[in-house]
Every structure is written in structure tokens, then in C-alpha cells.
Design a protein around this ligand. Structure first.
Ligand SMILES: [Zn+2]
Length: 287
């Protein structure tokens, strides 16, 4: 009933909210990041700061730098029992300011790399749903793997070839999920089970049951989208994030087009200003 209530709130915006996974292609490399966010000192990193002797001597009476007040980061959520096998999830069943930022596909290797570096530099928790057909996951596996091992980055299955499950036979569904499972296992040393995202969000009771029969028991849908499965300008990306980066939301984005990498600072500021805490699916479910 909770899910039904949640879905009942889907209104005119649902088309945007549920947009995903149109045919991707690449664009140029991400531009250098110049936003102040990228100049923040990561925790436990020893570098010279504004309190270094030369700066302090030059401005002995300068006030301390003013940082905008942000709500305190909440503690991690208490894990909950997963729903019955084959039950799709659209939002997070945990009270609190938790946001699941999920990233699909991986058509552009540079975008995968930019997401990985952003996560490494900021501690942002992400859930990736890679298609093994894209080489960028292997190209950036060394960077991603420590974060996968620590749990900061979660890996779900999105099929190897990004084929609509509803168009496949039962065996075809098993083959697509298993091929990607094997590939991601080799790449990251973990199985994505039980989490998978049906390409295009196309699923039904048959696909749910077939996937569950091989251990993929949680179809991960979403409630809010950056809508960047097709090329989108940076202003629209920020507007979409502003609309959907909210507590208990699972938001879908894509590692397919470069513009999202240009607005990481704005998206991270939104998370900070709203007092949200990013979580992976494995942070939420005791799966
Ligand atoms: Zn996709």
C-alpha cells in the first residue's frame, strides 16, 4: 500500500520523472572543473590552506572565511528488510533525508571517469547500473573498485546489452542478466544481486519473476530523473535535480553525455543545502 500511495503522487511530471535510457552516444571530454566545490579540501588531506604562515602574516586581522551554513549530515539509515522477491521499488522506505543517486548505462567513458572522481573526491554515495557492453567501466575499474569494496559505490545490473526485458524470452532475460553479472563480477569482485534496473524501465510480472528466479529479486525503478538519457543542457539538468533531489527519492541519471559532469558542483550544493545524505541501495536494504 505504501508503494501505491507513493505512486499515486505521480502527476503530470511523471513523464519527466520516469524518462530513461534513450539511445546514447558520446560527446567531448568533460571540461576542467573550476567551481569552488572542487577546491575544497577532502577529509584527511594535508595541504596548505588559508591559515598557512605566509597568508596569515599578510592578513593578520582577516576574519575566518565564511562558509554557508548547511544542515548537519544525518547518520546512515537503519537497513530494512527487502520487499518480497520481484517487487519493484520506486523510492526509499526509510524515514529521513536520504537520497539514492543512481547512474545508468555508461555510453561515455569520460562521464564514467568524471562520476568516479567526483565520488572519490567528495564521498558521495552512488549506485551504478552499468551495461557491460560499454568499455568505460573496465577503463575506470581501478578507480572504482576501492569504492565498491568500501560500499561507497554500489553496483546493480542493467543487462549487458541494454535490451528491453519485456521483448526477451525467459531464457533471454536470464542470459542478459547473467552475462552482465559475470562481467561485473570479474570487474569489481562483487555480484550486483539482488539489485537490477530493467532497461527503459520496461518490466512486468513475468520479467520480475524470471529475474527473481536467478537472484535478481529487486527491480529498482525510480521516482525522479535528471532526464539525461538524451542530450540536455546544463541549466535543465540543474532544474531537474532541483525538482527531484528530495528525501526518500531514487533519482536516475546516466553516464552517457558530458553536460552532467559540468554541473556536479551545483548538484552537490543542492544535496548539501537541503541536508540530504546520499545512500546506495545496499545502504538501505539488508540484501
Ligand atoms: Zn539504461
Amino acid at each position: 500500500m505504501l508503494r501505491r500511495t507513493f505512486l499515486a503522487t505521480l502527476g503530470a511530471a511523471s513523464v519527466t520523472a520516469l524518462t530513461a535510457c534513450t539511445a546514447p552516444d558520446g560527446q567531448g571530454p568533460p571540461a576542467a572543473q573550476t567551481h569552488p566545490f572542487w577546491t575544497r579540501v577532502p577529509p584527511n588531506t594535508a595541504v596548505a590552506t588559508a591559515t598557512s604562515p605566509s597568508v596569515a602574516a599578510a592578513t593578520p586581522s582577516a576574519p575566518p572565511p565564511v562558509t554557508p551554513a548547511a544542515p548537519p549530515t544525518p547518520p546512515p539509515p537503519a537497513r530494512v528488510t527487502p520487499p518480497a522477491a520481484g517487487t519493484p521499488v520506486f523510492g526509499l522506505p526509510v524515514e529521513g533525508p536520504y537520497l539514492a543517486w543512481t547512474v545508468d548505462d555508461g555510453a561515455n567513458s569520460d562521464v564514467i571517469g568524471a562520476y568516479a572522481r567526483m565520488a572519490r573526491d567528495t564521498g558521495t554515495r552512488l549506485t551504478f547500473f552499468p551495461n557491460g557492453q560499454y568499455q568505460g567501466w573496465a577503463e575506470h575499474a581501478a578507480l572504482l573498485r576501492p569504492m565498491v569494496e568500501s560500499g561507497q559505490i554500489d553496483i546493480g545490473n542493467h543487462t549487458f546489452s541494454h535490451t528491453a526485458l519485456t521483448k526477451l524470452s525467459d531464457q533471454g532475460i536470464i542470459d542478459e542478466l547473467s552475462r552482465n553479472d559475470d562481467y561485473l563480477n570479474r570487474l569489481f569482485g562483487v555480484s550486483p544481486k539482488p539489485f537490477y534496473r530493467p532497461p527503459y524501465g520496461f518490466r512486468n510480472q513475468r520479467t520480475d519473476a524470471v529475474a527473481a528466479s536467478i537472484g535478481y529479486s529487486i527491480p529498482v525503478m525510480w521516482y525522479g530523473s535528471l532526464a539525461d538519457s538524451a542530450p540536455l543542457d546544463e541549466e535543465q539538468l540543474v532544474r531537474n535535480a532541483s525538482e527531484w533531489f528530495l528525501p526518500q527519492h531514487i533519482v536516475i541519471g546516466h553516464a552517457n553525455y558530458v553536460p552532467v559532469t559540468h554541473v556536479f558542483p551545483q548538484l552537490l550544493d543542492l544535496i548539501s543545502q537541503r541536508g540530504l545524505r546520499t545512500v546506495t541501495l545496499r545502504d538501505v536494504y539488508s540484501a
